[in-house]
Design a binder for this molecule. Structure first.
Ligand code: SAH
Ligand code: DHB
Ligand code: MG
Length: 223
């Protein structure tokens, strides 16, 4: 029977081989911890997956919902060309401040911008600005609003846009249709939306690793 120590050992092996950190990534996690931010960033090999997905997309514009200390932001922003743009939305000013410093140290402050405030407000503002469509959206904020975030992602998308939704497995709790956990309910609502929306084609995958037992969903905006 496989278990957390084994998942961690295998993740450490994969990460050391394929997604090793560097000074900017290590410093981002160090300073996030020092500032008291929770260690709920993506694992390094997941960050590398996001970066590969952005590269496969040929992404020039990335939207992230949920910045924390900017760890996933660094992985994603590094996939962009010099004239690319990443906009990351963060509710807590103290998280955004740490993230901005981490992005600047990584040399990504010209490409990546952190906007503070409730993401639902920032998304409405982006739409009102007539911002260009995003090529990839990474949704990783308050899970209760997951379906709303998928809806906004669609409004800010083009045919072919990739939407990535984090934390959909929830240690298996996602199968509980009667759950009163707002994160489970919000996640199921988003998955239902992906399943039935005529403009979305998606799947979901379970994961184990340093962050336990969870999963992610991918959805592509149809042509
Ligand atoms: N993507 C990050 C982790 C994000 S953790 C990484 O992998 O490195 C989730 C973040 O979403 C937290 O910083 C939290 O403050 C933020 N958040 C929670 N509710 C939010 C909201 N309504 N609008 C914007 N951000 C929110
Ligand atoms: C939590 C949030 C995340 O986005 C994540 O990847 C892991 C944990 C949390 O709120 O506990
Ligand atoms: Mg997450």
């Amino acid at each position: 029977m496989s278990s957390q120590p084994q998942w961690t050992a295998v993740d450490d092996y994969f990460t050391g081989l394929l997604a090793p950190d560097d000074e900017a990534l290590a410093a981002a996690l160090r300073d996030s911890a020092a500032a008291g931010l929770p260690a709920i960033n993506v694992a390094p090999n997941q960050g590398k997956l996001l970066q590969l997905l952005a590269r496969i997309q040929g992404a020039r514009r990335v939207l992230e919902i949920g910045t924390l200390g900017g760890y996933s932001t660094i992985w994603l922003a590094r996939a962009l060309p010099a004239d690319g743009r990443l906009i990351s939305l963060e509710f807590k000013p103290e998280h955004a401040e740490v993230a901005r410093a981490n992005l600047a140290r990584a040399g990504l402050d010209k490409v990546a911008e952190v906007r503070t405030g409730p993401a639902l407000d920032s998304l409405a503002a982006l739409h009102a600005e007539g911002t260009d469509p995003f090529d990839l959206v990474f949704i990783d904020a308050d899970k209760v609003n997951n379906a709303r975030y998928v809806e906004w992602s669609l409004k800010l998308s083009r045919p072919g846009t990739l939407i990535v939704l984090d934390n959909v497995g929830r240690s298996g709790q996602v199968v509980d249709a009667a759950s009163d956990d707002p994160a489970v309910r919000g996640t199921r609502e988003a998955l239902d939306l992906i399943a039935r929306h005529p403009k979305l084609d998606g799947t979901a995958v379970q994961t184990v690793g340093t962050k336990g037992y969870d999963g992610f969903a991918l959805a592509r905006v149809l042509d």
